[in-house]
Design a protein around this ligand. Structure first.
Ligand SMILES: [Zn+2]
Ligand SMILES: [Zn+2]
Ligand SMILES: [Zn+2]
Ligand SMILES: [Zn+2]
Ligand SMILES: [Zn+2]
Ligand SMILES: [Zn+2]
Ligand SMILES: [Zn+2]
Length: 413
């Protein structure tokens, strides 16, 4: 309707167009050229909407334009015709039904430029509601304005569409579920171990376990408490232990020596047929009246020096020596106790018999007899000894029992 626009050229028309108000005439592009002049409202200069004819000059106005004009200019119920200036009142204009039918049949274009819909004015309202080109707000609230025909496509791609996390299956808006805000917390997100050379990948929830056990993790040698300050890959501990067995032992023995000094002088707690001695060096004990001393050398003695734990017993002066039979004959059983479970104790049987040198089994009145036992009791390379099953760092627990075969008078003691 270029003609009408040119004539008026006002912002009023533009507002009408923008607001789709039903006030004033029809501002459409007419498909079959400019409509006849007698369809034009002389107030708004558009094709008349709800056309009314005045009784004075028979001109045509939109009803809304005429009502507005009357309200603005009415004095004592009368107002003048905008065209011929004659006085009119509310009964001087009538609806032109025939003209309205003609106007409503005029073919117009959809108001949206991209849309090529053409149809009667009577149908355009229904079309506009469904026009594929009209812009609508995204119903998911992403803030985008979308062309009506693209709504479907947008909803399946909208950043606010609800999706479930491919890892943990939690549901939420796509832009959140796929963001680091979720993925950095997602308990099922696959985390790859960052330790060099480790290809391990696991759900975040379980990954902590791997972190604490990763064979490629750099850790301190398990004997760091003994003073080894080597940093190694966890998986290399065993190899390192093999290579550094000597060093580790030296460190451990140093520790034992320190402890031995500290705990030396511990005495046997009582006298029974089998007793457990908690000791770090040597302890004395009595059996059947005989008083003996248990001597243990952590770093070895004689043939066991530096390679073995040596273990001996020796006779010491006791208060019942006068009543006992000499030389002492029998068997002393010494067990270094496994501190983790009641099996695999390290057992040594020291026999006092004909093969025993005299100075080991004869009565002594001062200090003690010669030691009798085994220089190579437990090798330092013994695995149980290495992993401290027997309390390498002390204290050690020895169980000692004896069977006496010498002629004695045990009822006296
Ligand atoms: Zn008139
Ligand atoms: Zn009008
Ligand atoms: Zn359209
Ligand atoms: Zn959206
Ligand atoms: Zn997740
Ligand atoms: Zn790892
Ligand atoms: Zn080490």
């Amino acid at each position: 309707m270029a003609a009408a626009n040119d004539r008026l050229g006002s912002s009023f028309v533009k507002i009408l167009k923008d607001t789709h108000s039903s006030y004033g005439g029809y501002d459409y592009t007419f498909v079959d050229g400019d409509p006849p002049d007698n369809y034009i409202c002389l107030i708004c200069t558009l094709v008349s909407r709800d056309p009314h004819q005045v009784s004075c000059c028979f001109n045509i106005y939109c009803k809304s334009c005429l009502d507005k004009h009357r309200k603005k200019n009415s004095m004592n119920g009368t107002f003048s015709c905008p065209a011929c200036r004659k006085l009119l009142d509310s009964k001087s204009y009538f609806k032109d039904g025939r003209l309205e039918r003609e106007i409503k049949a005029l073919k117009v274009q959809c108001t949206i430029e991209e849309c090529d819909w053409k149809g009667a004015i009577s149908d355009i309202k229904a079309h506009v509601m469904a026009c594929p080109y009209r812009m609508v707000d995204c119903s998911l609230g992403c803030g985008e304005k979308i062309c009506y025909k693209e709504v479907e496509a947008h909803l399946s791609d909208c950043p606010k569409r609800i999706v479930s996390c491919q890892y943990c299956k939690d549901e939420g808006p796509h832009d959140f579920i796929t963001s680091s805000a979720h993925l950095d917390e997602c308990s099922s997100y696959p985390v790859k171990c960052s330790n060099e050379g480790c290809e391990f990948t696991q759900e975040r929830f379980w990954f902590t376990h791997h972190e604490q056990n990763c064979p490629k993790a750099i850790v301190y040698c398990e004997y760091s408490n003994l003073g080894c300050d080597k940093l190694i890959k966890r998986e290399e501990q065993e190899k390192h232990n093999e290579e550094s067995m000597k060093e580790h032992l030296q460190m451990a023995i140093k520790r034992v020596d320190t402890l031995q000094t500290k705990c030396a002088g511990m005495k046997c707690a009582g006298c029974s047929s089998s007793q457990v001695l908690k000791m770090n060096n040597s302890s004395s004990y009595k059996y059947g009246g005989y008083k003996m001393m248990l001597c243990v050398y952590a770093n070895g003695h004689g043939k066991g020096k530096g390679t073995h734990v040596s273990c001996y017993t020796a006779l010491v002066p006791g208060e019942y020596d006068d009543e006992l039979g000499w030389p002492f004959e029998g068997e002393v059983t010494v067990e270094l106790l496994n501190q983790e479970e009641d099996e695999n104790h390290k057992k040594l049987i020291i026999k006092y018999d004909d093969s025993t040198p005299e100075d080991c089994k004869e009565r002594v009145t001062k200090t003690m007899s010669q030691r009798w036992g085994k220089a190579q009791f437990i090798a330092h390379s013994d695995p149980g000894f290495q992993d401290f099953t027997y309390g390498f760092l002390g204290p050690w627990y020895f169980r000692v029992s004896a069977r006496v075969t010498s002629k004695t008078k045990p009822w006296l003691v």
